[in-house]
Design a protein around this ligand. Structure first.
Ligand code: SAM
Length: 289
């Protein structure tokens, strides 16, 4: 039987065979622990009817394990030099499609329309390139694609931030954006010893269950996010000062809106719940120029 790619010996063998030079600039850290991968796949709820979208297959460590469980795997890899390697390492699996594209530029909806007709659900499962974790998540979530859940590895600090609640130091505009669309939960803490090369930061696997509809209903989604971002521009400032600056609204109107939704102007953004932000943004909309 062939050895799994996600082992130290096989990974080193592949790197040597192809004289592959690891690119730190692309966040290349390859997993060499099948246990972690199996736990990830279990948490992702993948079945033989699932279509999995993977971002950054690398040399194919996770891709291989996904292919054994899922109906099909669509994997986007930006690094051209990994494409022939993947074609070789994964040649025995016929349910994998490797696409040489930048995940931030490719049309994922079009791919889903073309590829998912014979699948029951769509799941994103990946060991993300850490330098673009949040743009990847936000870009996929904002498109409201028919994705059931994400089960993705990232820097632990970022995973904690995405799970933060009001009045914690982790809570910010990004936390709210993620929790608007999903229910996040850290499901695995990952030691840095399971990678080649070892990253300088700790990692965690975050499961994001996509909500059927956003957690709050707002009249104008774009304006809601503008209010949320504006409330955190300077963390130590009050909501009144931050919004006065970021929304360029008449101070009197701002005070009136805050009063209408019963928010003290001297509160900080980090103290407000998503529901309070929703009420406030709907109220402020009345005064929008
Ligand atoms: N899945 C492999 C594993 O777990 O061993 C590799 C994961 S490695 C952390 C991240 C991968 O993402 C690398 O293969 C890297 O080349 C790829 N990558 C980086 N930026 C990307 C982008 N914008 N679009 C697609 N893939 C990207």
């Amino acid at each position: 039987m062939n050895k799994d790619i996600a082992t130290v010996s096989k990974t080193l063998e592949i790197i040597k065979k192809y004289d592959f030079h690891i690119k730190k600039s692309l966040g290349q850290n390859f997993i060499v622990d099948t246990n972690i991968l199996h736990k990830m796949i279990e948490n992702a709820g993948i079945t033989d009817e699932t279509m999995v979208i993977e971002i950054g297959p690398g040399i194919g460590s996770l891709t291989e394990q996904l292919a054994k469980k899922a109906k099909k795997v669509i994997a986007y890899e930006i690094d051209q030099s990994l494409i022939p390697i993947l074609q070789d390492t994964l040649k025995q699996y016929h349910n994998i499609k490797i696409i040489h594209e930048d995940i931030l530029k490719v049309n994922v909806r079009k791919m889903i329309d073309e590829e998912s007709h014979d699948c029951r659900d769509i799941v994103v499962c990946a060991n993300l390139p850490y330098y673009i974790t949040t743009p990847i998540l936000m870009n996929l979530l904002e498109q409201k694609l028919p994705i059931e859940r994400f089960c993705v590895m990232m820097q632990k600090e970022v995973a904690r931030r995405l799970c933060g609640g009001p009045k914690t130091k982790e809570y910010n505009a990004l936390t709210i954006a993620i929790q608007y669309y999903t229910v996040p939960k850290i499901v695995i803490n990952v030691p840095h010893t399971v990678f080649i090369p070892k990253p300088n930061v700790s990692s965690a696997v975050l499961k994001l269950e996509v909500r059927k509809k956003p957690v709050v209903e707002v009249i104008d989604e774009k304006f809601f996010f503008k209010v949320v971002r504006g409330s955190f521009i300077q963390r130590r400032k009050t909501i009144y000062n931050n919004l006065k600056q970021s929304l360029s609204i008449e101070p009197n109107y701002l005070l009136k809106a805050l009063e209408m939704v019963q928010i003290n102007p001297s509160t900080r953004g980090e103290a407000l719940t998503i529901e309070q932000f929703a009420l406030l943004s709907d109220e402020l909309l009345k005064y929008k120029k």
